[in-house]
Design a protein around this ligand. Structure first.
Ligand code: SF4
Length: 180
């Protein structure tokens, strides 16, 4: 049932993009649990994305995953990609707040592929601002991009393949290795 959280997250973006701020929970809770419990309990049964990807366990092409997908280099590249993405999010939000660039109030997949259409916004909040809206769209974009990437991997191979290269798991493993 956890998969519903993943689906609700993206649906809520159509109600108001500010619900994209819930991404901060997805980005922090796994590590809070990790630091408190000293175990990766998140990946063992709390992760909504894993629950969502498991929807494809019976509807995937079942191709044999290439070795490079599991390689240390790929795991490192995926982590680097997400770090660069986070950097762009923070940097561009600072630039918008300083009036140096215009806010991007569109969804961009994988940093560069901007969707040409606007998503509906059913409600508006009184505190909305250009900077906060820009950040909300960027958070929604990174969440959608990573979910799409995971979905592609799950459909081509099998759902658990995404977990091999997932940045949350990579960082968790590094933390556990250093603290052991
Ligand atoms: S590896 Fe990533 S997708 Fe898989 S369970 Fe852990 S956090 Fe979720």
């Amino acid at each position: 049932m956890l998969f519903l959280l993943t689906l609700f997250y993206f649906i809520l973006g159509f109600v108001n993009i500010y619900f994209a701020y819930l991404a901060f929970l997805c980005m922090t809770i796994p590590f809070i649990v990790l630091v408190i419990k000293k175990k990766n309990l998140w990946c063992k049964g709390l992760c909504p994305r894993k629950s969502y990807l498991n929807l494809f366990r019976n509807i995937n092409l079942g191709l044999k995953a290439p070795k490079w997908l599991y390689s240390k280099q790929t795991i490192s590249n995926v982590l680097t990609y997400f770090c660069i993405n986070i950097f762009f999010i923070v940097f561009s939000t600072i630039m918008v707040s300083n009036g140096r660039i215009a806010p991007i109030e569109k969804i961009r997949l994988f940093i560069v592929f901007q969707l040409p259409w606007d998503i509906p916004q059913l409600i508006q909040f009184s505190f909305q601002s250009e900077t906060l809206t820009h950040l909300a769209f960027r958070l929604y974009s990174i969440m959608l991009s990573s979910t799409l990437l995971g979905t592609i991997v799950a459909v081509l191979f099998k759902p658990s393949n995404w977990c091999v290269i997932c940045p949350v798991k990579t960082l968790s493993n590094r933390y556990l290795f250093k603290s052991s």
